[in-house]
Design a protein around this ligand. Structure first.
Ligand code: ADP
Length: 478
């Protein structure tokens, strides 16, 4: 059963029970009040009449028989109350109503009062229209006379009619209140539950695959609003996580495709030379050594590339860094010495050794590898006779090193992309490698929380800067 129906049913039961109990209580209370007002009136008037008759003021003689005094009648026989005066045998001496002779004998209350010499009461059926309440008080008039008991009575009928009217009004009021509150409860429950329907519908659409959709938030401040807002936050995070996952997968696919593509070029060439040798080149004194040299060159290139690829993927697997205190100036010095030897005079490499103060926490091997990549590139992309200058600086919180060259430079549009894997500015550049060096350098820099950037002017030279924090977070965070 839907929640809104359950809420409505519960409300209906609770309200119905409360209204019924209250209705009955009210009904009995009112009925009691009305009935006892009839009895109180009869009793009070009976005593009042008895008092008047006892002091000789209640009865007077008229045309030889006793009648009730007009003043007394005015004072007590109103509002449906009637008075009957009887003698010792119960014969009616005077009365304010005309009780039929047959009916008068129905009354036994006077007898009880007379016999006990005490007031008595009871119900009598004087007419067809219902019961009358009768209260009898014995009297003994001071002036003498036959009067021995006075009765005051009142019909229950008007009170009962009132009770019936009240019952009808109460019942219809309760029924209306019940229907009204149940309808109200249903509408309220439906209004409260309506955002849930929208949320379920939206959630279904999202489950079908569209993570960019959000659940509708009808009212920010109620419970359902809070729930949907929380789910929306969760969806945003899920969407972000999925996007990142897809990006990583796409990057890996691209990487694998690029790597295979890059490896195919030297392999094709090796295969070509091998075929030549196989078919006819082995016997050719010129072609044979040329082909062998080419095969060696290409396979060396492949080996270097495979090594670079391994370095990159190992970095991807979070190969732990081995951080230690060291002097960046010193590491740069070692890399410069090696580069000078490799350049063998093609370009001049200048490095002014800093006077200490270059202490930082880093992975010595990896930083030297990054610096070496920058130096190799500078030498590689600077024509003979050019120069490369290296600088190391203390920046307070961090240490920095720059490699500037007077080489061919990098076009503005390519500057941001040179750090991407397999990205090469100009495929036709004879010196170009696989385009992995700077990607490795940036990966090392990222692992240190460092920053690496390239500036360049085409035809004039380039400058690469590596800024290394002295205390990388990765080192302290374990
Ligand atoms: P590669 O092995 O091709 O040098 P890198 O990732 O080291 O790969 O460099 C990416 C590209 O950036 C290079 O192909 C080259 O075109 C350009 N480049 C890098 N360093 C320099 C430099 N100092 N001067 C000019 N171009 C550079």
């Amino acid at each position: 059963m839907p929640i809104r129906w359950r809420l409505t049913a519960f409300n209906a039961l609770a309200i119905g029970a409360i209204l019924t109990v209250l209705g009955f209580a009210l009904f009995f209370l009112l009925r009691e009040t009305l009935i006892s007002s009839v009895e109180d009136a009869a009793r009070d008037r009976a005593f009042a009449a008895a008092r008047s008759i006892n002091i000789g003021e209640g009865l007077e003689e008229e045309d030889g028989r006793l009648v009730l005094d007009d003043d007394l009648v005015d004072a007590i026989a109103f509002d449906g109350v009637f008075i009957v005066v009887r003698d010792a045998d119960g014969n009616i001496i005077a009365q304010t109503i005309g009780i039929p002779a047959g009916r008068a004998s129905e009354d036994e209350v006077w007898r009880t009062a007379l016999e006990a010499d005490n007031p008595a009461y009871g119900t009598v059926e004087f007419s067809e229209e219902g019961l009358d309440y009768v209260y009898a008080v014995p009297v003994s008039p001071s002036e003498g006379g036959p009067a021995r008991v006075v009765e005051a009575g009142k019909s229950y009928l008007p009170a009962e009619e009132n009770v019936r009217d009240i019952a009808i009004v109460l019942a219809s009021g309760i029924a209306a209140a019940f229907l009204f509150s149940v309808a109200g409860a249903y509408l309220l429950a439906r209004a409260a539950m309506s955002p849930v329907g929208a949320v379920v519908e939206a959630a279904r659409r999202i489950t079908e695959g569209d993570l960019s959709k959000r659940l509708p938030v009808a009212r920010e401040n109620d419970e359902i609003g809070g729930l949907t807002s929380t789910i929306n936050v969760m969806l945003s995070r899920l969407e972000g996580a999925f996007a990142r996952l897809e990006e990583t997968l796409a990057r890996q696919r691209r990487f694998a495709a690029d790597a295979s593509h890059e490896l195919r070029t030297p392999l094709t060439s090796i295969n070509g030379y091998a075929e030549v040798l196989d078919e006819w080149g082995l016997e050719d004194p010129v072609v044979a050594p040329e082909s062998v040299a080419a095969i060696r060159r290409e396979s060396e290139r492949m080996m270097l590339m495979v090594e670079d690829l391994l370095t990159l993927t190992r970095g991807d697997e979070d190969n732990p860094m081995s951080f230690s205190h060291g002097d960046l100036g010193e590491v740069v010095g070692e890399a410069v010495d090696a580069a000078r030897a490799a350049a063998s005079g093609k370009v001049a490499i200048e490095y002014a050794t800093p006077n200490g103060g270059m202490e930082a926490v880093f992975d010595r091997e990896r930083i030297r590898q990054a610096v070496t990549i920058l130096l190799d590139n500078a030498v590689k992309y600077t024509p003979e006779g050019g120069s490369v200058s290296v600088e190391a600086k203390d920046l307070g919180e961090s240490v920095a090193m720059t490699v500037s060259d007077t080489g061919i430079g990098i076009p503005e549009g390519d500057l941001d992309r040179v750090f991407e894997r397999f990205y090469r500015v100009d495929e036709a550049r004879s010196e170009a490698g696989a385009g992995l060096g700077l990607a490795i350098a940036r990966q090392i820099s990222d692992a240190h929380g460092a920053h690496i950037k390239a500036e360049s002017e085409r035809g004039r030279g380039s400058m690469f800067t590596l800024v290394l924090p002295k205390e990388p977070e990765a080192a302290s965070g374990g």
